[in-house]
Design a binder for this molecule. Structure first.
Ligand SMILES: [Zn+2]
Length: 316
């Protein structure tokens, strides 16, 4: 399978390298008026450029909070710098996935990797953050998704934004904790909160605007922006009602011979439970129930990796 087209331009981030917070590529702006500390993060994954375009734009616009503190981060910049259009998936990370490191036992361990070093450098930023928006994009084409985590407060925040249309409720990855699930963000008794937005396929033309609009709505929700800035830039056109999908199953590839048995795409719904979804070597993989929703089915099946997540629409 050929790599998808690169439809977006990569911003030159070197002008933001110094930061103004004591940490490279971390920019912080504080209002005189008290308010929450909101962080908008780009480049948790190095090749997911849409968030970098959104934060680059906010910095160029010289965005200032009207209350509280706003932090804009470019996380795995060293991975981003290695982006190569001829091998565009390689720059997701350097040594290991930055988004599987977010538990104290990993962060406090004696283990070393370049991604873990950057995670440790940025950890104080997240420890000081009340509300985090983590901007991502997806390997394969799929409508934008909010990943709300497993707590009710995450779901409420996703609904409060009003976009994207589809909200995914899931517990993350067995391979390690995501930043969106780090510490207080995943504690139901703590008001601090995080939301991850997948803005579409990594390099599709529409993803940066999805990221920008998610950032604007996030900042609006927390009362951080002045009305004139929002009026000028927020897309206030009517949106479809949001729907939540609860992930129930993760299909992990167990052989070198995995193939989907029917055409699949992001958010394909398979009406009949027990339908043949894929063949994994000698094993048949079937849908677990009626109206199973396929989340991010892979186009590049590899043994040991996730083929697809399966969920169902839930109403609240
Ligand atoms: Zn990502």
């Amino acid at each position: 399978m050929n790599a998808p087209a690169i439809e977006v331009e990569f911003p030159d981030l070197t002008r933001w390298a110094a930061g103004n917070s004591g940490i490279p590529y971390v920019w912080r702006f504080a209002a005189e008026r008290a308010g929450p500390h909101v962080t908008i993060q780009a480049l948790t994954h190095g090749n997911e450029v849409c968030g970098a375009i959104a934060n680059d734009w906010l910095l160029q616009e010289n965005v200032q909070p009207v209350r509280g503190t706003l932090t804009l981060t470019f996380a795995n910049v060293d991975a981003f710098r290695r982006f190569d259009a001829a091998d565009p998936f390689a720059s997701r990370c350097l040594d290991e996935d930055f988004n599987r490191l977010w538990s104290a036992d990993v962060l406090d361990s004696a283990r070393h990797s370049r991604d873990l070093a950057r995670a440790r450098e940025l950890r104080p930023v997240y420890d000081e953050t009340d509300y985090l928006l983590d901007l991502h994009s997806m390997t394969d084409p799929c409508p934008p998704l909010a990943l709300a985590g497993r707590q009710q407060k995450g779901l409420e925040l996703a609904f409060a934004l009003g976009v994207p249309e589809h909200i995914v409720i899931d517990a993350g990855h067995a391979a390690g904790k995501r930043l969106r699930d780090y510490a207080a963000f995943d504690d139901p008794a703590d008001p601090r909160n995080a939301l991850l937005v997948e803005c579409g396929q990594h390099w599709e033309r529409t993803a940066p605007e999805v990221a920008k609009q998610a950032a604007l709505r996030f900042l609006r929700h927390f009362g951080m922006l002045d009305a004139a800035f929002l009026d000028a830039h927020l897309d206030a056109s009517p949106r479809p009602a949001q729907r939540a999908i609860e992930i129930t199953d993760v299909v992990t590839i167990t052989s070198d011979d995995f193939v989907f048995a029917q055409p699949v795409a992001g958010l394909t719904v398979i009406a009949k439970g027990g339908s043949l979804l894929a063949r994994d070597g000698a094993t048949d993989v079937r849908t677990p129930y009626d109206d199973a929703v396929l989340i991010m089915p892979t186009r590049r099946p590899r043994k040991g990796e996730t083929a697809v997540r399966i969920g169902r629409f839930v109403t609240y």
